[in-house]
Design a protein. Structure first.
Length: 299
C-alpha cells in the first residue's frame, strides 16, 4: 500500500535518491538495501528513489532493478513513496523497465531525459509520453542537461504536463529563472534535484527535494522544509547555511562515490561500487570527513 499523497505532493516532500548496496564481492545486497531504506525513512524521508543514477542504474541488470524495487517496497512501502528510475536513452527499453517497476510494486516512476543521443524536443516529448502511456503509475520527469546533454524546454514541459500521469519534475537544470516560469505555467509538482538549490527552489514554488545528501542529513532537510512552509525564513536560511559544507563536500567528486563512503563511515549498508566508479582515495575520504563534520554530521 502506498502512503497518502496529494496532487501538490504526489511523491511526498523529502526524498533521497538511494544508493544500491552491494556485497563485498559486488553482488546485489537486498538485505542491506532494506536496512538502508528503513534507516532513511526513520530519518525523515517520506520518499525514496531507487534505480536512479545514484543507485548505479547504468551497471545494474533489469532483473536486479526489479528485485531492488520489490525489496524496498517490502521494507518501507507503507511508510514512504518508492519511486523507480526507469528511463534510458532507448525508449523501448525504458517502457519495459517502467512496466517491470510497476509490476514489482513501485508507487511511481522517475524518467530522466534520454542521455548521450541528444534528441530534439519532439523526441523528448514522444519518449516521455511513451513511458507515461505504458503503465498506470504517476511519472516524475528528471531534467538534468548537465548529464543528458539536452534540457527539457519549458514549452515541452507544458505539453508533457497535459498527460494525466506526468505529475512532477525533478529539476537539476540549475536555472531559477526557467524553473520559475515552468512552475507557473505547468502546474507540475516541482522537486529540487540539486541540493545546493533546495531552499532557493522552494522560494519559487518547489514542493520538496530529491536529494543525495538526504542519506546523511535528512532530519535537517526536513527541518529546513518545515521552517520554510511555516514562514520562518530566517530559520530555513540558517539551516541551509549550516549544511553548505555538506552540500559542497558530497559533490567534490562523483556523488555516488562520496555517498557510499559517508554511509560506510556511519556503519550503514553501502558496499563497493561497480566500475567505472571507484572508491575514494584516502585523501578524499579525509576531506569528506572534514566537510561532513563542518556541517554537523556525526561519524
Amino acid at each position: 500500500m502506498a502512503p497518502t499523497s496529494t496532487p501538490q505532493t504526489p511523491f511526498g516532500r523529502v526524498l533521497t535518491a538511494m544508493v544500491t548496496p552491494f556485497t563485498a564481492d559486488g553482488a546485489l545486497d537486498l538485505d542491506g538495501a532494506q536496512r538502508l531504506a528503513a534507516h532513511l525513512v526513520d530519518s525523515g524521508n517520506d520518499g525514496l528513489i531507487v534505480n536512479g543514477t545514484t543507485g548505479e542504474s547504468p551497471t545494474t541488470t533489469d532483473a536486479e532493478k526489479a528485485e531492488l524495487v520489490r525489496a524496498v517496497v517490502e521494507a518501507v512501502g507503507a511508510r514512504a513513496h518508492v519511486v523507480a528510475g526507469c528511463s534510458t536513452n532507448d525508449t523501448r527499453h525504458s517502457v519495459e523497465l517502467a512496466r517491470a517497476a510497476e509490476q514489482a510494486g513501485a508507487h511511481g516512476l522517475l524518467a530522466v531525459t534520454p542521455y548521450y543521443s541528444k534528441p530534439p524536443q519532439e523526441g523528448l516529448y514522444r519518449h516521455f509520453t511513451a513511458i507515461a502511456d505504458a503503465t498506470d503509475s504517476p511519472v516524475m520527469l528528471y531534467d538534468i542537461p548537465g548529464r543528458s546533454g539536452v534540457p527539457i524546454n519549458t514549452d515541452t514541459m507544458i505539453r508533457l504536463a497535459d498527460h494525466p500521469r506526468i505529475v512532477a519534475n525533478k529539476d537539476a537544470k540549475g536555472d531559477l529563472g526557467r524553473a520559475s516560469w515552468a512552475i507557473a505555467q505547468t502546474g507540475l509538482a516541482w522537486y529540487s534535484g540539486d541540493d545546493m538549490l533546495n531552499l532557493p527552489l522552494l522560494s519559487v514554488g518547489a514542493v520538496g527535494f530529491v536529494s543525495v545528501v538526504g542519506h546523511v542529513v535528512a532530519p535537517e532537510l526536513r527541518a529546513m522544509l518545515d521552517a520554510h512552509l511555516s514562514g520562518d525564513t530566517r530559520k530555513a536560511t540558517e539551516i541551509h547555511q549550516k549544511l553548505l559544507p555538506v552540500f559542497t563536500g558530497m559533490f567534490r567528486t562523483q556523488g555516488v562515490m562520496t555517498t557510499k563512503a559517508a554511509l560506510t563511515l556511519q556503519g550503514l549498508p553501502a558496499g563497493p561500487l561497480r566500475l567505472p566508479l571507484v572508491g575514494l582515495t584516502e585523501a578524499e575520504t579525509e576531506q569528506l570527513k572534514r566537510d561532513l563534520a563542518a556541517g554537523g554530521v556525526q561519524l
